[in-house]
Design a protein around this ligand. Structure first.
Ligand code: DAH
Length: 339
């Protein structure tokens, strides 16, 4: 009998299956009610007393081997089920969702438009592909005007000229053609110039254009509006307007803000003067009003335009304009904001 048990032990040890019903048949064969183990336990009663100890130990070892085998195969089958169910492991923790961040250009654009919105400006937009009239001629820049050289242009087609707008001033023209004064609008957008790309300039960049047209609008209104903006945007309350030239404004000015000279960076970015140029502005030239169907005898207005990249570079201390367009997440991730 001991020999038969030893054979069974060998059989149990050799048993392998990946099939649940085969495992169940194996369990019934050995541990079922009428199974081999119970058969041996029944026979145990008939064994003479002096052999009981030895025989008992042998049956027990068969029982242990059977139980271990069943447990091992069951565990294996269950682990295989876990790793491959339709929905995966439903108890596993959720994967964290990566939250993106706004592009620094959008952040600055939103900040600028919010400030002007708080003093009654709406937001307007125009096409990036423009015609000669809206980008140049209506803005007092007729063909062969030397000031066209200030803005190297990407032409898509010539005669008639179709081009990528070189500034957002084209949106002023479209807005005035379609709306009657009073006009208070701010036009952010992308502009294009045929210029070599370097750390300071790019062939694609962004501007915000502002336009205010009403009765009795004066240069003092322009200055106060810009002063309010610089206070809100930069926390600086000293500005100066230097005479300048733009074909679409008369008089024209360049706006500088007093940045200060507290740190080494202040010295570097203001070239030791403490002053920083941030935009161009002026009183809208009466020719432009007339070109856009607005009575220049009745209305006056001011306009201004600024580069968003330049302001973002100042605010965030970014030294290379190309970083805005490389989409390197290590750069972009640094600009977390709620706006
Ligand atoms: N369009 C000018 C440029 O791209 C910026 C500008 C200057 C816009 C003066 C204006 C303005 O509206 O009044 O350089």
């Amino acid at each position: 009998m001991t020999e038969r048990i030893a054979q069974y032990i060998a059989e149990v040890q050799a048993f392998q299956t990946t099939d649940k019903s085969e495992l169940e048949a194996f369990r019934i064969k050995f541990s079922g009610k009428k199974g081999i183990l119970n058969e041996f336990f029944a026979a145990f009663k008939e064994v003479p007393n002096h052999q009981k100890k030895e025989f008992g130990q042998v049956i027990n070892s068969l029982k242990v081997v059977v139980e271990e085998k069943i447990k091992m195969i069951q565990d294996f089958l269950e682990s295989r089920e876990d790793s491959n169910p339709i929905y995966g492991d439903l108890s596993r923790p959720g994967e964290p969702i990566k939250i993106g961040s706004r592009h620094p250009i959008s952040l600055v654009k939103n900040q600028i438009t919010d400030i002007f919105a708080s003093i009654g400006f709406n937001v307007s937009e125009g096409p990036e592909i423009e015609d000669d009239w809206h980008n140049f001629t209506a803005l007092n820049l007729p063909e062969y005007h030397p000031a066209r050289d200030m803005q190297d242009t990407f032409f898509i087609q010539t005669d008639p000229d179709v081009l990528l707008r070189t500034h957002t001033s084209s949106v002023q023209v479209r807005y005035m053609e379609e709306n009657k004064p009073p006009i208070r609008t701010i036009s952010p957008g992308r502009v294009f110039r045929n210029e070599a790309v370097s750390s300071r300039s790019h062939c694609i960049f962004h501007q915000v254009e502002g336009l205010y047209i009403d009765k009795d609008v004066s240069f003092a209104d322009l200055k106060q509006t810009l002063l309010y903006f610089t206070k809100e945007m930069f926390g600086k309350s000293k500005i100066r307007l230097r005479p300048s030239y733009f074909p679409f404004t008369e008089p024209s000015a360049e706006v500088d803000i007093y940045w200060g000279l507290k740190t080494e960076t202040d010295y570097r970015i203001t070239k030791g003067t403490g002053w920083l140029e941030i935009m161009g502005c002026g009183m809208v030239d009466p020719n432009v009003l007339t070109n856009c169907g607005i009575n220049a005898e009745e209305y006056t207005g001011f306009a201004f335009g600024m580069g968003i990249e330049r302001i973002a570079m100042l605010l965030y201390q970014i030294s290379d304009i190309r970083m805005f367009y490389e989409n390197d997440v290590r750069f972009l991730e640094q600009f977390k904001s709620s706006i």
